[in-house]
Design a binder for this molecule. Structure first.
Ligand code: SF4
Length: 233
């Protein structure tokens, strides 16, 4: 099995759903927000009110060895950025080669549990043959010009009314999509806040979604009991 410095490939239930005939997905999980002292990987987490509802500890993240690995990687990001980026580029190279051999297209989500602007470090630009994608709570990113091979979906939350308004406005302004987590998968509206809704649960390949849509996701596990406003309905 190929070993990676930073990536999880087909190791998480959510990830494996992205593995269609064509795409293989890799996800990088770090310790989000202010889990590691001296660094904040989610600058908008407080505004969006999402720290409590964060899926950080969902799935494999509930295991202490998995959490320790995420903390180690985050400390590397904090303490030796150059080495972190070197390891990251090694992983991307390795993953792209692995996919090439199997006639698969690589799709990489660098912010599995973080909200870092990796495009500022030229990562996407250095790998034009790789599709990158992320969800973000940072609305200002929706208005930026991103590398062609980087797709961003905004992440909606009603934990803060002003934040919810800003996300909806950014969808109207930019045509980007917003992901909304609904509590009841059997009660998904056809439109939400005036935007048509598409099913985002069949895979994680957000870059294939039609623009200007709400991407419906469904609450699972502990998230079903969320009262922060992240889960809607
Ligand atoms: S921005 Fe995302 S990863 Fe960061 S704390 Fe909020 S939900 Fe978690």
């Amino acid at each position: 099995m190929t070993k990676y410095n930073l990536f999880s490939v087909n190791a998480d239930a959510k990830t494996s759903k992205g593995n269609g005939d064509k795409y293989l997905t890799a996800i990088q999980y770090l310790a989000p927000a202010r889990q590691v002292s001296g660094v904040n990987l989610c600058p908008m987490a407080q505004t969006a009110g999402c720290e409590k509802a964060c899926l950080y500890s969902a799935g494999r993240g509930r295991f202490s060895n998995v959490q320790a690995a995420r903390i180690r990687k985050t400390m590397l990001w904090r303490d030796n950025r150059a080495l972190f980026l070197e390891k990251l580029e090694q992983d991307i190279d390795k993953f792209a080669a692995y996919c090439r051999k199997r006639a698969l297209s690589p799709a990489i989500r660098l912010n599995g549990t973080s909200d870092i602007r990796f495009e500022r470090f030229g990562i996407m630009q250095n790998f034009p043959g790789v599709q990158f994608y992320d969800y973000t709570k940072d609305v200002s990113r929706a208005y930026k010009t991103l590398p062609d091979n980087y797709h961003l979906t905004l992440s909606y939350s009603e934990a803060n009314d002003e934040y919810a308004e800003r996300v909806a406005m950014a969808v109207a302004d930019t045509g980007r999509n917003m992901a909304v987590v609904f509590r009841d998968r059997h009660n998904i509206p056809a439109t939400f806040r005036g935007f048509p809704v598409l099913d985002g649960d069949k895979d994680d390949l957000r870059f294939l979604d039609k623009p200007g849509h709400v991407v419906a996701l469904y609450a699972k596990g502990d998230a079903k009991r969320d009262k922060t406003g992240f889960v809607v309905g």
